[in-house]
Design a protein around this ligand. Sequence first.
Ligand SMILES: [Zn+2]
Length: 214
Amino acid sequence: MRNTVAIKIDHPERAKGLNRLLYKCPRCGTEGKMEARGVTLSCSTCGKSWYLNEQSHLEGIDDRTEFSEISEWLRWERDIVRERIRNGTYYFEDTVRIETLNNSQEIYKQSEGKLVQTPDGTTLTCYSQPMTVEKPALSLESMHVEYDYLGQGDCVEISGPNENLLCYLTKKDVLTQLSIATEEIYIYANEKREQEMLAILNNNKENENGDNKG
Ligand SMILES: [Zn+2]
């Protein structure tokens, strides 16, 4: 007998929104084509479906179950993003609708722009102002994301030079990846910085030793 408390969720719409988290199909690898309806999650590219049972475990319908735990599926998505960041192939780009907020969080300007994310960091280009907000890897530890913010769509919040910018994405179900990538870009940049500092320290020590010998 397992010592875990099983929480039963028998809501008929319990899979709703799962496509936002589980954005990548483990069968065909397509991203942003997952659909969640009722108690099932399916990929509109390859047609595979998963049933979300009342214990919140996934079961592959008429096929194998790649991940029965939502957390395993998320970990798999993170592993792929991390690998792309570390081998330099990670690249995200999307057209965004930008709302500029004043100090009272009221929208006072709207414009269009482009959000780009690479292993070096995140850049937002605003077309109308014109303005570019750059967030190098070490300056952004995490991304503030809002799933369907006030019914207006998925957005990320980026702090500009004088105000906060809400950027509504055009692409479907990219917030989870953006969130994971921002964290992994920061972690990797931090690791590289530590290695560089260690290398400098070791170099100095070697030089000191060399001086002592000479
Ligand atoms: Zn698929």
